[in-house]
Every structure is written in structure tokens, then in C-alpha cells.
Design a protein around this ligand. Structure first.
Ligand code: UDP
Ligand code: MG
Length: 198
């Protein structure tokens, strides 16, 4: 039987290479991907979306793909070793040394697995702060054909964000790594001003 490529050994990252990582975190539909594409164009980062890497893996029709699809359909987080390995593989494949990682880490277990396997201290963590109303509006209007963009799964994703992602945000806040940016409802866009540098 052929070995599953994603369970195979990848890494480590060459130790002489100084790699910069920025995490971009926010609730479901808060605009992480949208803002990352803007930052990438201006600052030469490579944008890695944990969700997109997982969706790519689902398309591969492997057993692992089906497993990922089931987690995502229910709005649950996939096991950390899967997401961390996909991120590591993408970092190694890119050749760049600056990465915006969007939608990760989403719980403390993700963070711990990242620290164990990739272990590059993030420069900072960008939190996109957005009201639940606005996030819901954005998800229901985006029409990307995602099967987790339905009301039942959305509810579950908000719950996961509250219960599992907030502790990660608090962790980075304690470490002084959190940079919070907010939606500017007046302009209906994110105004990238830094609300807190704590
Ligand atoms: N997901 C995950 N681990 C990650 C990132 C994403 O398990 O590190 C899964 C999870 O099921 C999540 C889904 O992928 O609900 C979609 O995540 P994405 O960031 O693409 O979308 P968002 O919910 O922010 O719109
Ligand atoms: Mg996204």
C-alpha cells in the first residue's frame, strides 16, 4: 500500500534560515483571508490559509481527506498533527521566509503541536475583531460554495471560536504579542489601525 504523503516525515526547517511568522486570527467570516491578500501584496509575505490547505486536502480523495471533510462539515477542528503538517509542508515548499498564517492556531492543542513541530515564535498575532452580526452577514453573503457555510455549522463554528480560540488569543495577549484591529462599520471595511499593542 502506498504511504499517505501527509503522514510521511516532513521537515525540519533548515536551522540557518530565519523565518518570520505572523498568525492572523479572527472569528469565522471575520475577513482573515481578505485582509491577508491585501497585506501580502504590500509586504511580500506568503499567505498560508490553514482552512484552504485543509480544503485542498479534502479534494485529494484520500482517507485523510474524508476525515478532514467530516470535521469541517461539523464545524469542528481537525486533529492538530494534520494541520501542523500541512502548514510545515507549505512553508518548506514555498521558499519564502515570511509567512502570514491565517486561521491558525485555533485551540491550545494546535498551538502546542505547532510549538513542538514547527517551533518558530510568531513575530506577533493579528486579531481581526468583528461583531458576530457582521461575521454572520459576511458568511451568508460570500457564496463560496462551502458546505460549512450553513446556519447549523456556523453556530457550531462560533461556539468553537468562543470556547477554544479565545484562550489562544488570551495566551498571546499575556505574552504581549497580540495586535488587535477592528472593523470600521462606518466605512464597512476594516480600518487597519492598531487598537492595542498589548
Ligand atoms: N480548520 C481546522 N483547523 C485549522 C483551520 C481550519 O480544523 O487550523 C477547519 C475548521 O473545521 C474550520 C474550517 O476549517 O471550521 C474552516 O476554517 P477557515 O479558517 O477556512 O474558515 P472561517 O471559519 O474562518 O470562515
Ligand atoms: Mg478563510
Amino acid at each position: 500500500m502506498m504511504a499517505d504523503a501527509n503522514k510521511a516525515y516532513v521537515g525540519p526547517i533548515p536551522s540557518g534560515k530565519k523565518i518570520k511568522i505572523v498568525f492572523v486570527i479572527g472569528g469565522p467570516g471575520s475577513g482573515k483571508g481578505t485582509q491577508c491578500s491585501k497585506i501580502v501584496n504590500q509586504f511580500g509575505y506568503t499567505h498560508l490559509s490553514a482552512g484552504d490547505l485543509l480544503r485542498e486536502e479534502v479534494k485529494s480523495n484520500t482517507e485523510q481527506g474524508t476525515m478532514i471533510q467530516n470535521f469541517m462539515h461539523e464545524g469542528k477542528l481537525v486533529p492538530s498533527d494534520v494541520s501542523v503538517r500541512l502548514l510545515l509542508k507549505a512553508i518548506l515548499a514555498s521558499g519564502n521566509d515570511k509567512f502570514l498564517i491565517d486561521g491558525f492556531p485555533r485551540n491550545e492543542e494546535n498551538r502546542e503541536a505547532y510549538e513542538k513541530i514547527i517551533n518558530i515564535d510568531p513575530e506577533f498575532v493579528l486579531l481581526i475583531d468583528c461583531s458576530r452580526e457582521e461575521m454572520e452577514r459576511r458568511i451568508l453573503h460570500r457564496n463560496q460554495g462551502r458546505d460549512d457555510d450553513n446556519m447549523d455549522t456556523i453556530r457550531r463554528r462560533f461556539q468553537v471560536f468562543q470556547e477554544s480560540t479565545l484562550p489562544v488569543i488570551q495566551h498571546y495577549e499575556k505574552m504581549g504579542k497580540l495586535r488587535r484591529v477592528m472593523w470600521n462599520l462606518e466605512y464597512n471595511m476594516i480600518k487597519l489601525y492598531i487598537v492595542s499593542t498589548q
